[in-house]
Design a protein. Structure first.
Lengths: 295, 187
């Protein structure tokens, strides 16, 4: 029997919980079809997480691609199908990929498996990041380097902590309804060991009654703890949080059954959510909004 | 002996000749080892100008691997590997962001210099150390008595402060006195 997982009409970090919820009761070897035929929009989180969920299935799942030509075409330009072919059986009409034609895509969906992938990400994004961050988000020129530093650190977390590969994507678009401004979003998703297991692998780890995904996220994201003894570790996430604070951005990290967020004043998200459908690995999203002129 | 080390060239030689960015810990470790090999060849007492002019991006992890771990070997142990002084030359504003973060994390300090600009201290130094260091830069060479006279510090305190600055390799100690650590501006 094939289990049908309905992919939401609009696929972002919040609506993706519907997919996690539908997957949670299924055994890993269950046959699954992800039905995205009616899906019209996906954020970088949506695209990278959709690849990640396929990695967790023991039996290769099927993906019914969006029927909307605009949507499918966009997913193709974001290089989604190029990577989806490796983890899904695809059904439906898949447009020919034309990379580089989409000006809002700062970084197409890109695998992060080895250290050299981080170099590739950094080399590829710098030119486009400069144009979009300055022209669309009114950010100062110096932000480009700092933005790329953040991206580099987030990608390295996948390699160092996940124990498996992940995907990254970066996109700029207008958040008309939610914010009325342009934003740029980074999403990095993996289905690896996640924050809790990463910390548990440290010899210094001493769990107590409160130990779980929530505490693991608080220790790593808020306090910079890592499984390494090296005191120099944990600076990447500190740098990310510093960047988020400076540019009024938002950071959210989902791992296991919990999700933590650094929430700016323009957003009403919850700082901590627990009791989510379990899903391995870590799924990270960063949102940087357009800077409005001082009034 | 003054040795100029182009960090970008070390990156290309040690990791990949297509890379221009210092990102990831393994890359930082490889570049640091490349620099250490270079330092092994230049004698027991030397001034190394680490030139970042041609480096694109430097992320926090790489800064920790290169800058912090290099400094910790040469300045933060009782018996450092050798008497090596460093000038971090040609760093951009974004390089400085990453380096400031790692210096703060490890309570380290270093001397940095941009082209045609005076050397400056970065990182964790107290007020008296900074005052003494700036006075040595101004005077070109100074002993404890000079610093005491110029700053109003007690002579014993001035001597102790200079010794601390030397142990941290922020000034050079010679028989004739203490000298500022600064690079030679390349044409």
């Amino acid at each position: 029997m094939t289990n049908i997982i309905i992919v939401p009409f609009s696929l972002d970090e919040h609506s993706f919980e519907q997919i996690f919820d539908q997957l949670a009761p299924l055994p890993p070897d269950a046959r699954v079809l992800f039905d995205a035929r009616k899906t019209r929009w996906a954020s970088p989180f949506g695209l990278t997480a959709l690849l990640t969920v396929a990695q967790t299935r023991l039996e290769r799942p099927t993906l019914a691609v969006p029927e909307s030509e605009d949507t499918a075409s966009y997913w193709a330009r974001a290089a989604f199908f190029r990577h989806a072919e490796g983890v899904y059986d695809l059904s439906g009409k898949i447009p020919r990929s034309r990379t580089g034609a989409e000006s809002s895509v700062l970084l197409e969906v890109t695998p992060v498996v080895h250290t050299q992938d981080v170099h590739t990400v950094v080399e590829n994004i710098q030119q486009r990041a400069r144009a979009i961050l300055q022209e669309k988000l009114n950010l100062q020129s110096k932000v480009t380097m700092r933005f790329t530093m953040v991206l580099s650190e987030i990608c390295q977390n996948v390699i160092e902590h996940a124990g498996t590969g992940g995907w990254v994507a970066v996109q700029a678009y207008k958040w008309q309804q939610r914010l009325g401004r342009n934003v740029v979003q980074i999403a990095v998703c993996d289905a690896g060991m996640g924050f809790r297991k990463s910390l548990e692998s440290s010899p210094a780890h001493r769990p107590d009654d409160r130990w779980g995904d929530r505490m693991a996220l608080e220790e790593t994201v808020m306090r910079g703890m890592t499984r390494f003894r090296d005191p120099g570790r944990g600076q990447g996430i500190a740098g990310v949080k510093n960047f988020i604070g400076t540019w009024n951005g938002k950071l959210s990290v989902r791992s296991g059954t919990a999700r933590i967020a650094v929430v700016p004043e323009w957003d009403q998200d919850e700082v901590m959510k627990e009791g989510l459908a379990p899903f391995p690995g870590a799924q990270v999203q960063i949102t940087i909004p357009e800077r409005m002129p001082d009034v | 002996m003054i040795s100029h080390i182009d960090v970008s060239s070390v990156l290309k030689r040690s990791v990949c000749d297509l890379y221009s960015n210092l990102v990831t810990r393994p890359t930082g470790a490889a570049v640091r080892i490349g620099i250490e090999h270079h330092l092994d060849e230049i004698g027991d007492k030397s001034l190394a100008v680490l030139d970042f002019s041609h480096v694109g991006l430097l992320d926090f992890s790489c800064a920790d691997e290169i800058v912090a771990k290099l400094l910790m070997q040469y300045v933060s142990v009782d018996i450092p590997r050798r008497e090596v002084y460093f000038v971090f030359y040609g760093m951009s504003e974004s390089h400085l962001d990453a380096i400031e973060a790692v210096l703060e994390r490890h309570d380290l300090a270093l001397v940095t210099q941009l082209a045609d600009e005076p050397a400056r201290l970065m990182g964790h130094v107290d007020g008296e150390e900074r005052t003494a260091w700036e006075k040595i830069c101004e005077l070109g060479c100074a002993g404890p008595a000079d610093i005491a006279n110029a700053t109003g510090m007690a002579p014993e305190k001035a001597a102790k402060t200079l010794e601390t600055l030397w142990r941290r390799r922020l000034v050079i100690r010679q028989e004739s006195g203490y000298f500022p650590v600064r690079g030679v501006v390349r044409q």
